[in-house]
Design a binder for this molecule. Structure first.
Ligand SMILES: [Zn+2]
Length: 119
């Protein structure tokens, strides 16, 4: 016999039981969802920040940028929403409706993604 996944008390009764009762089951699932939502919110806020940084640059008319410019602004290269291919097959990492592509190790081009998820 195992222990309750929520409170850790020893379980009795059916062998496949995982919780003492509905209270423990509900509490356990709520905590699980809370953690999932927290992770989701954290990732969303990183993506939104990335998009906001790209938006600001785009609004200033900047289309060519360096990795350094983005890092200084707090950009996180680990997070993007999806990838799109440019005309020459180059791959753009996108944060919502903004895409960037490395042209050299340190230089990037920035593009706004239009309707139908195309440049
Ligand atoms: Zn319990």
């Amino acid at each position: 016999m195992g222990n309750c996944l929520d409170c850790g008390k020893k379980l009795s009764g059916r062998l496949d039981k995982k919780f003492c009762d509905d209270y423990c089951r509900g509490h356990y699932n709520n905590e699980l969802n809370k953690n999932k939502n927290t992770a989701l919110k954290e990732i969303n806020s990183i993506l939104k920040k990335n998009a906001a940084i790209l938006q600001k640059l785009e609004e200033k008319g900047v289309t060519k940028l360096t990795q350094q410019m983005l890092i200084v602004a707090g950009f996180d290269f680990n997070f993007f929403t999806h990838q799109l291919s440019g005309q020459a097959g180059e791959v753009y990492n996108c944060c919502y409706n903004y895409g960037y592509c490395f042209v050299t190790e340190n230089e990037l081009v920035l593009k706004v993604i239009g309707d139908r998820n195309k440049f």
